[in-house]
Design a binder for this molecule. Structure first.
Ligand code: NAD
Ligand code: SER
Length: 323
């Protein structure tokens, strides 16, 4: 197993919320020509498509995944293509197909072409109603009630299987809800934590689809990119876990985010009208124990709620005024 950096990287799902910013950072670190971005859809004029090598790729097509990885001499994959929790509850079969078949196709191609490293994210959605919700342990009950959560638990087990059975270097972390200003989120339960910033600036009010006291683990995008790359570049020998690291940062309620925004926009109003996503949020942790990530690869977040809010409002303000 290698411990160093990569020669030629493939990103799947590169037009998504995390893929967009991960592609930019990987191209900055490794050189634009060495980072191939892909997604099942295209978006005209997108910076990911214009900023370096780009190809269309459906991860459910096993032959296409293998041909691309072999044909472009890829040695590391960041597999970001997925269907998230809320969209997954609307189309559970599609969620299974993309998240399970897609992950298996990436792992199989990685095994066949002897890749140096594969990064496959998991999620706080692996937990369920029987899991302790405060300071949720690394090792605990994994009985999610959503199809998305079921695919993420299965994905973690599948990744570890490839580590132990085939000696493939596969790594993953259980992202909390990710908050960012660049690309809107893609159909998750934690989308309210991003929408609230957009609507605070656009309308000065927001109708939130979870209750005010709903607390979930969240993370600002710069910390998400840092966590992903710190784990991806860590020495394999220092890792005890592989595909399932808890990573904590913020544990905040929807009301806490609104209060933080009011420090900048005093008249900001929020109405709370929970929908089907409340039931999903109620089965996820309020906070996570990330001591394994801290110990094994030095995880430490940089951003707190108020610093994130100030940065989000500044960046989104510039972006929305510009458009
Ligand atoms: P996203 O929904 O924003 O982006 C996913 C991308 O995958 C989209 O651009 C979509 O077009 C693409 N995609 C869908 N089906 C595909 C297919 N068949 N082939 C190729 N591409 C396909 O998701 P994201 O938030 O960027 O999430 C990236 C990863 O991080 C996922 O594994 C997700 O489960 C995980 N994650 C995200 C969050 C979060 O809050 N954003 C939290 C926990 C875990
Ligand atoms: N943010 C993601 C979702 O809500 C968590 O995996 O689906």
């Amino acid at each position: 197993m290698t411990t160093g950096k990569f020669e030629r990287i493939l990103i799947t799902g590169a037009l998504g919320q995390i893929g967009t910013e991960l592609t930019a950072e990987l191209r900055r670190r490794y050189g634009a020509d060495n980072v191939v971005a892909s997604d099942v859809r295209t978006v005209e004029g997108h910076p990911v498509i214009n900023g370096g090598p780009w190809t269309s790729l459906d991860v459910t097509d096993a032959g296409a995944v293998s041909d691309l990885i072999g044909g472009m001499n890829i040695d590391a994959v960041f597999h970001m293509a997925a269907i998230l929790s809320a969209t997954g509850e609307k189309d559970p079969q599609l969620c299974w197909k993309v998240n399970i078949d897609g992950t298996l196709n990436v792992l199989e191609a990685a095994r066949k072409h002897d890749l140096a490293r594969v990064i496959i994210p998991s999620s706080i959605a692996v937990f369920g109603p029987e899991t302790p919700r405060e300071n949720t342990p690394q090792e605990t009950v994994l009985k999610p009630r959503t199809m998305y959560g079921i695919t993420k638990v299965s994905g973690e087990l599948l990744c570890d299987y490839y580590v132990y059975k085939y000696d493939l270097d596969v790594r993953g972390l259980r992202y909390p809800g990710i908050i960012s200003s660049e690309t809107p989120p893609g159909g998750g339960t934690t989308d309210y934590a991003v929408e609230i910033y957009y609507e605070a600036i656009r309308e000065g009010r927001y109708t939130c689809f979870v209750r005010e006291d709903t607390m979930l683990p969240m993370m600002y995008m710069p910390d998400c990119i840092k966590a992903t790359l710190d784990l991806a570049e860590a020495d394999f020998d220092s890792l005890v876990h592989h595909s399932d690291f808890n990573v904590g940062s913020l544990s905040v309620t929807a009301g806490d985010i609104a209060e933080s925004i009011r420090k900048h926009i005093p008249g900001f109003r929020v109405e709370y009208r929970p929908d089907f996503r409340q039931a999903i949020a109620d089965t996820w942790p309020r906070s996570v124990d990330d001591s394994a990530a801290r110990k094994e690869w030095g995880w430490k977040p940089d951003w707190d709620l108020d610093a994130m809010t100030a940065d989000m409002l500044q960046k989104l303000g510039e972006k929305l005024r510009g458009s």
